[in-house]
Design a protein around this ligand. Structure first.
Ligand code: ADP
Ligand code: MG
Length: 716
């Protein structure tokens, strides 16, 4: 159970002053619903308002605090023109502009001929000074309300900088003093303070912390790439580093605990002669690549041993992981146990089921499908045969580890596209049997430096080569301005028998606008190409409706599949040879790579058009160029990490690596290595976390919501 000292942190944000039921959803979107979520929502920059020049000597482009006298109000003549206020500081004049505010409100805060202190971004427009929507405008007697330094928090619609700042301060008041869990030597070496002190410092950055950061050179000496894009300074001060370390340590400890638990409970030696595999291989229309053979061998070697297998099969999209998994599954079945394959979506579950069925039924094996939407009768039949042991193989979604699913003898669990599943889900499925071997498959090409966090210490098999006969994909960059040409091109390709994926622009933050963009595109394409050639899938469709469209596409009844990113995972339609990705500059590299992997699977040459909105920023340009020049997922992943930081690769909803609240793996991977070693040492010396430090570490685990890991202790 969560220790009482943490209770205040897990209270709802609505318990804070000023956060009502109306505002709460905005916070939920921004960072979360609990006070602790606000604490992890750290500022990304600092505004220095101490610059207070005379206009005559001022520098443009800086945040400035000015003491002004109001000379004149010029209301907006028509919509779209700003409301202007002319003021002077005695050395020069400035125009304050507002596009949205009302005149009567502005007359109140800017009374004619009176003094007003304003603070905001000072700009030059033509030959005069301007400030658009000053952040502060107060009478001189209240000027001290303008903070000298103001943290800049990431924001979302409906929340202002000031509101988030204030709420964060209120949240901080709930932070208790916690017993130290970090090694004193490490703290000394890194110059860290205690948890609470670090948290306060991280939320209240000072100019000194920025300077220190610039000088000590331990952090990233160059400006952070994301910071550059946002045009504000990100500073890695020790307080922030400490919090990042805490997060990484909690993660590594939790993984370590789960892994130990998994390995300690004994495994089973699954022995088989390989007859079923031989039969499968002779029935396949192709031969396995060397990489596939080797991976299959590594997996089977693990299964033969009495230890539990915990292996990751990593291979690019289209590298042929499924057949390798099937080899392992056949080994398991021949050894007399049942095997389950869990995939993240229903579409994928059906596809795997249909395909594997064709391969395994001729071998005399039974295979079933279990998804959320299974009809009660089908579901009952599958459940019964699983429990009796007459079903050898089951393919399914999360539905597989529901309480009423009982296996007679589960021996191997395969998880495909694992990044959608959490560590806990992995555990849940393996607990459906005794000593279950686990094989996890992922197409996310994780840079070596990061495999640790994502998968802890799993054994890894990698498929580096693609099956023979694959042609390289021709990837081109095209300006959005050429949309019509592209549509015509699609028409020509369809006429030649090709099928097309059309991926719609990713609209930040809002499913609704994603949907709107996709629908609009579908209408335009329907107009040009004919309504019955196109199908649309998006996140809001029921899975039945989605399946229907996907199946029609797989059956070549539909020629163009317009999609938000739901096609990202796993679906295989070899006849699709053209992919258009709109606003590709908004996608992460890893995601683009995954998407592109849907084509280039058949015999014809495939083309991928990355459409972009110009002008492209430097980073976006490098990313798209990388895509054009490489198809190597590992290289792309490394490049992604270099260009954007792991935030891009790891943080986004779709890319699916564990995302951290504070730690940034591009910046903090040195900390990750330390945290990993630290966690190992801790668990070796104090496996039940029973010592003083151990108890503090349990609090750390709860603090980062690793409750499931704590439950694995004998005295959880
Ligand atoms: P992924 O690794 O993305 O899961 P799949 O397992 O879906 O890839 O394989 C992609 C396609 O390649 C499938 O149609 C599969 O039948 C085919 N394939 C797999 N292995 C080979 C091989 N050795 N030679 C030719 N085609 C293969
Ligand atoms: Mg796959």
């Amino acid at each position: 159970m969560r220790p009482t000292i943490l209770f205040p942190l897990f209270a709802d944000v609505t318990t804070l002053k000023g956060v009502g039921a109306k505002i709460a959803p905005h916070y939920a979107r921004l960072c979360g619903t609990k006070i602790v979520d606000l604490l992890w929502h750290l500022p990304v920059g600092l505004i220095d308002r101490t610059y207070s020049p005379k206009l005559r000597y001022a520098d443009k482009g800086k945040v400035a605090t000015l003491h002004l006298t109001i000379l004149e109000h010029i209301p907006n003549e028509r919509v779209g023109r700003p409301y202007r206020i002319i003021a002077t500081d005695g050395s020069g004049e400035i125009t304050l502009t507002y596009f949205t505010a009302k005149g009567d409100y502005l007359s109140k805060i800017y009374p004619l001929n009176k003094s007003v202190v304003v603070s905001g971004n000072l700009e030059r427009f033509g030959r005069g000074w301007t400030m658009s929507h000053p952040d502060y405008a107060l009478p001189p007697e209240r000027a001290k309300e303008i903070p000298s330094f103001e943290p800049v928090y990431p924001l979302t619609e409906g929340l202002s900088r000031k509101m988030v700042h204030k709420t964060a301060q209120l949240a901080l008041a709930h932070a208790p003093d916690l017993a130290e869990w970090n090694d004193p030597h490490l703290m000394k070496r890194e110059g860290w303070t205690g948890w609470r002190e670090s948290l306060l410092a991280a939320h209240n950055p000072t100019v000194e912390s920025r300077h220190r950061e610039a000088l000590n050179g331990r952090g990233d000496p160059s400006p952070h790439p994301q910071a550059q894009a946002r045009n504000d300074g990100v500073y890695v001060d020790p307080s922030r580093q400490r919090l990042a370390y805490d997060e990484l340590l909690a993660d590594q400890l939790a993984l370590g605990v789960i892994r130990r638990h998994h390995r300690q409970t004994g495994g089973r030696a699954l022995k088989a002669s390989g007859t079923l595999q031989q039969k499968l291989l002779s029935a396949l229309p192709f031969t396995l690549t060397k990489g596939q053979q080797q991976a299959a061998q590594e997996i089977i070697n693990d299964m033969v041993k009495p230890k539990k297998m915990l292996r990751l099969l990593q291979g690019d999209v289209g590298s042929g992981k499924t057949i390798v998994a099937l080899m392992a599954m056949l080994h398991a079945v021949e050894a007399g146990v049942q095997t389950a394959m869990m995939v993240p979506t229903e579409i994928l579950a059906r596809q795997h089921y249909e395909r594997l069925k064709l391969l395994v039924e001729p071998l005399g094996l039974t295979i079933g499908l279990l998804v959320g939407k299974s009809r009660a009768k089908d579901r009952q039949a599958v459940l019964q045969s699983l429990e009796e042991g007459s079903l050898n193989i089951v393919i399914g979604t999360h539905a597989l580890f529901q309480a009423d699913v009982t296996f007679a003898n589960l021996g191997l669990a395969v998880m495909d596209e694992q990044h959608r599943f959490g560590v806990h889900q992995r555990l849940q499925l393996s607990e459906k049997g005794r000593g279950v071997d686990i094989l996890v498959m992922t197409a996310t090409p994780i840079p070596r430096t990061l495999t640790l966090t994502a998968f802890g210490d799993m054994d890894v098999s990698r498929l580096m080569e693609k099956p023979a006969g694959r042609q390289p994909i021709d990837t081109r960059l095209i300006d959005m301005g050429r949309l019509e040409d592209v549509i015509e091109g699609v028409g020509r390709q369809i006429a030649k028998g090709a099928q097309v994926y059309w991926v719609c622009p990713l609209v930040e933050e809002s499913e609704k606008s994603d949907l709107a963009a996709a629908t609009e595109r579908a209408n335009l394409l329907a107009e040009h190409l004919g309504a019955n050639t196109i199908g649309l899938v998006h996140g809001r469709l029921s899975s039945e409706a989605k399946n229907k469209v996907m199946e029609a596409f797989a059956a070549n009844e539909i020629k163009v599949l317009i999609a938000t990113t739901v096609i990202e995972v796993g679906v295989d339609v070899p006849n699709a040879s053209l992919m258009i990705i709109e606003h590709s500059e908004r996608f992460g590299l890893a995601q683009l790579h995954q998407l592109r992997g849907r084509i280039g699977r058949g015999a014809t040459k495939s083309t991928c058009l990355l459409m972009y909105q110009s002008p492209l920023g430097e980073i976006a340009k490098s990313r798209l160029t990388t895509m054009r020049e490489s198809e190597d997922g590992f290289l792309i992943a490394e490049e992604d990490l270099r260009l954007r930081g792991s935030g891009e690769l790891l943080g986004t909803r779709q890319s699916g690596m564990p995302s951290f609240r504070i730690a940034d793996l591009a910046r903090d991977h040195n900390l990750l290595a330390i945290a990993h070693a630290d966690a190992e040492t801790i668990l070796a010396a104090d496996p039940e976390l029973a010592t003083e430090r151990g108890k503090a570490l349990r609090t750390l685990l709860y603090l980062f919501e690793k409750d499931a890991a704590v439950r694995l202790f004998r005295s959880g």
